[in-house]
Design a protein around this ligand. Sequence first.
Ligand SMILES: C[S@@+](CC[C@H](N)C(=O)[O-])C[C@H]1O[C@@H](n2cnc3c(N)ncnc32)[C@H](O)[C@@H]1O
Length: 360
Amino acid sequence: MQTLDWNSYLKPPDISPAEHKAVSGGAFALHRDIIGKLCRILRPRSVVCMGAGYLNDIPLDTFVAGDADIYLVEWIDGITEQAFRHDLVKNLENRFVCLVCQCTGDPKKYCRNYGDEPPSPLRTAKPQDHCENFVPTNGSALCGNYAPGEFPRFLHADVTGGVAGHFARQVGAILGRAQKPQHAFREAVHVSARARANAPLPLADGSIDFITSSMVASQFDFEPYTYFLHNLYLRFGREATERNIDAINAVAGALRDNLFLKQVEAHCREMARLLKPDGRVYFSIEALHRSPPSDHWFYAEIAGKALEIVARHFLFDLDTLPEIIAPARTDMVRGTSIVHSYLLVPKAPPEKTSAQPVLS
Ligand SMILES: C[S@@+](CC[C@H](N)C(=O)[O-])C[C@H]1O[C@@H](n2cnc3c(N)ncnc32)[C@H](O)[C@@H]1O
């Protein structure tokens, strides 16, 4: 039986960062703006961006200006590195502006080839566009002399602590055993209920000041469910699957729910584990959606379900940037969304007490 393995499924699309940004950059401008404002207020020294992708929502210039330790987490191999090289130097009408030069600390933290002339006090007094080692290129990365520094660190990892991959890696076996599509669905429901978070990010507990999770949770509704469907069609064909659609519909909702809820739970646990006690999480999720030709808005039920889980792990900060809670209308690649954004504060761990439990 031919199935597509999980790693091959998560392969980078065949387009350049510039092309991707041209199509989807606008949809994330709102988040980039809010995260930039939060960063200027909170001045985090360590930042983790969950689902960093093409960095459309990541204000790298602000993070670098604040001399932050930056960790960019993405499960599609290589796309965030490519996007970073693309974003490193901007061509503003033939003025080449390198973001490393905006660093207020040691720029070599971000580029080992940073040329240290003129010396730092002068650099602070008059920020340069680029350093003396800048070598223009014609490629999409505009400096030919960039050499990765200690940061940003690119973590090729699953932001659900491995829940998605734990399920996905069992899909081939589930389909191999199933005689009919509905049997595969039924077994997948059981397997998804036991999906485990077995791959935490390689970062210490309580070490991070600021985490971004913008629109990533919305994607937990699609993957790895779509990966399962993709392989189901490879195994049984679309026709056979559609012939059994009533039996499938009876269990498909349970599979999708299990996968979504398990991933949100593991994602929140992982963020709560990483965050310092006074740290903050920027969290956003699609709450309503409208796609042409319909004139009507649909409630994204997952938003309510996700928020219940978020609220079990975090409290809400509505004061640092009050505008954050205003629902924002955003044009996406397909259709329009109303996005809800929150600033989250970790809940204090339950105090250990020797008191006897109260019995009612
Ligand atoms: C909605 S996009 C967020 C925008 C993204 N920062 C950008 O600028 O392209 C979600 C990103 O998260 C990644 N992603 C989704 N689920 C993930 C997971 N479980 N682990 C790691 N990355 C994930 C996707 O591959 C995608 O790049």
